[in-house]
Write a protein that binds this ligand. Structure first.
Ligand code: CP
Ligand code: NVA
Length: 306
């Protein structure tokens, strides 16, 4: 049976912990799996731009002996030139796995339903599981643990937050979220994450005051106020999120050694200030690097069962 990676919550806590361990091994010994996926081909079907997800997957598959083919929006015209399900079934005849970055989450699900090979969600409107996997790896590395680590997320209740919430619920983190009330995370995703947290010893809380959220936090995390596909709402969002900027004054409210995370790209002067991105506590580029190690672990798990 092929396995997909569409959301974090579709994997168990044990499976996620195993992926994180493998990501650690990949980081410590970059050449350990040099020919593990020799001859395998990965297709990347992207409807939106990408630097980190695209490049880290392309490099990851090469470092384990395989190769990648990138298909951008102009190549596929997903759902316009032909139905998504036809693209999925065709690609599955040529390649061993597919990374899909789409607008609607239903499109990634359709890919997974029709492709006979593993499908990885490279970001949809609702989820960004690859990002969250690398983020959990980064928290573990920097804070020294996941269980009980306190992560404050300040900003938009978007795809990145949804996946972080699922990961926090499964692996027992304390996640404190501050968003404007209109931009809370989706109720169904949040509810399920809270249920997982009840079992794992994690704790998920929401408030509308960034200062309250970051108090005592080990990590402050933020993401853009306007995600790809929502550009028309840019002006309204800039106004709604004005009080949710991660700046020095907010960072001072958190634990002294707290670290700053951002999935990137960052919009300096909006959700985060330039001095915070460039500051001592920022780990945004370590976080970006960890995408590579996490993706290698994911490919090895899905394609080889390491
Ligand atoms: N964080 C992230 O997914 O970056 P890209 O959009 O550049 O892939
Ligand atoms: N929330 C952002 C993440 C970019 C990596 C977006 O969807 O545009």
């Amino acid at each position: 049976m092929k396995r997909d990676f569409l959301t974090l919550a579709s994997w168990s806590a044990t499976e996620l912990r195993r992926l994180l361990e493998l990501a650690g091994r990949c980081k410590r010994s970059p050449r350990a799996y040099a020919s593990a996926l020799s001859g395998k081909t990965l297709a990347l079907v992207f409807q939106k731009p990408s630097v980190r997800t695209r490049v880290s997957f392309e490099v990851a598959i090469r470092q384990v002996g395989g190769s990648a083919i990138y298909l951008g929006p102009e190549d596929v015209y997903l759902g316009k030139r032909e139905p998504t399900k036809d693209v999925a079934r065709t690609l599955a005849r040529y390649v061993d796995a597919i990374v899909a970055r789409t607008f609607s989450h239903q499109d990634v699900e359709e890919f997974a339903r029709y492709a006979s090979v593993p499908v990885i969600n490279g970001l949809s409107d609702a989820h960004h599981p690859c990002q969250a996997l690398a983020d959990l790896f980064t928290v573990q590395e920097r804070v020294g643990r996941l269980k009980g680590a306190t992560l404050a997320y300040v900003g938009d209740g978007n795809n990145v937050l949804h996946s972080l919430a699922e990961g926090a619920g499964l692996l027992g983190l304390a996640l404190r979220v501050a968003t404007p009330p209109r931009y809370r995370p989706q109720a169904a995703i949040w509810r399920q994450a809270v249920q997982h947290a009840a079992r794992s010893g994690g704790r998920l809380t929401w408030c509308e005051n960034p200062r309250e959220a970051v108090k005592g936090a080990d990590v402050i995390y933020t993401d853009v106020w306007t995600s790809m596909g929502y550009e028309r709402e840019g002006a309204v969002r800039r106004k709604a999120f004005r009080a949710f900027q991660v700046n020095q004054a907010l960072v001072k409210q958190a634990n002294r050694g707290c670290v700053i995370m951002h999935c990137l790209p960052a919009h300096r002067g909006e959700e985060i200030t330039d001095d915070v991105v460039e500051g001592r506590q920022s780990m945004v580029f370590d976080q970006a690097e960890n995408r590579l190690h996490a993706h290698k672990a994911l490919l090895l798990t899905l394609l080889k069962g390491v």
